[in-house]
Design a protein around this ligand. Structure first.
Ligand SMILES: Nc1ncnc2c1ncn2[C@@H]1O[C@H](COP(=O)(O)OP(=O)(O)O)[C@@H](O)[C@H]1O
Ligand SMILES: [Mg+2]
Length: 255
């Protein structure tokens, strides 16, 4: 697995959100993107996943060395990309269980046996300390914020992606749920070491569990600073201000 984003420019409603955006995510690496509200973090996650509301007007996104920008979301998912959304969608009338079983069959291009399916769902639900009833309810309908986030991680465990994007997975999770969710992601990563993870977050706590190899600050439409884990504590202590005031690599003022 390798993701390469090259000189990407993205528009929504004729408004330029990302520009000259570059990022390489190598197999097995963990990256985090941090940045103030509204800079385009969720836009990045959606454009990687192929949300049609976000228009790529320049540049390219390569996954395993081939361009994916023209592929539909389901095709990207079949290739192994997974987005845990900041606000997972509620779908009334579609049971969580049917959704999961159909998604797994589609991804693996073969029908999943009922017995095997139930066994793996029950195991995953128990690992995540989720209420079993959530499997039979309509997808995300009436789920608490934390239950929705756990349900996203349940999908990761069952769909087995090779690139996981976590858009503010930590929002809506209490400390115990955050720990459980992170332990599950780390276990998945241990069992599938080539999996890469792109974390989007405001908070350092999730990063104490999922230690990133690279920390990027997104502002002024692209990454203005890349560092290692030490950058997180610097942002935590001092905020983004000092980075936003400096010139970026393109010699432009930031924000
Ligand atoms: N569907 C949309 N329609 C209009 N504007 C949008 C839409 N999605 C995002 N934007 C705008 O794009 C900018 C970046 O948003 P977003 O990517 O959600 O930021 P972040 O996740 O960093 O907080 C914001 O100004 C936001 O209002
Ligand atoms: Mg966001």
């Amino acid at each position: 697995m390798k993701l390469e984003i090259k000189d990407l420019a993205v528009e929504i409603d004729k408004k330029l959100i990302l520009d000259k955006f570059n990022l390489d995510v190598e197999e097995g690496s963990i990256h985090v993107i941090m940045g103030p509200n509204g800079v385009g973090k969720s836009t990045l996650s959606r454009v990687i996943m192929g949300d049609e509301n976000y228009h790529v007007i320049e540049g390219d996104i390569l996954f395993e060395s081939s361009s994916i920008v023209k592929l539909k979301t389901d095709e990207r998912s079949r290739k192994g990309i997974f987005l845990a959304m900041q606000s997972p969608m509620e779908i009334d009338g579609v049971s969580n269980q049917d959704f999961l079983r159909t998604a797994i069959s589609q991804k693996n291009e073969e029908r999943v046996g009922l017995y095997q399916f139930i066994k793996s769902v029950e195991e995953a639900v128990s690992d995540l300390n989720m209420n079993k009833d959530l499997i039979h309810r309509s997808l995300n309908v009436g789920f608490s914020g934390g239950e929705k986030k756990k349900n996203e991680v349940l999908q990761i465990k069952l769909l087995k992606p090779s690139l996981i994007i976590l858009d503010e997975l930590d929002s809506g999770l209490d400390v115990d749920s955050l720990r459980i969710v992170c332990e599950n992601i780390l276990k998945y990563k241990r069992e599938n070491p080539s999996t890469a993870i792109l974390i989007i977050t405001h908070y350092s706590m999730i990063l104490e569990y999922l230690r990133p190899d690279y920390v990027h600050i997104l502002a002024n439409k692209h990454i203005i600073k890349t560092g290692d884990y030490n950058l997180v504590s610097d942002i935590e202590k001092n905020g983004y201000g000092k980075y936003l005031e400096t010139k970026n690599t393109y010699g432009e003022d930031c924000l």
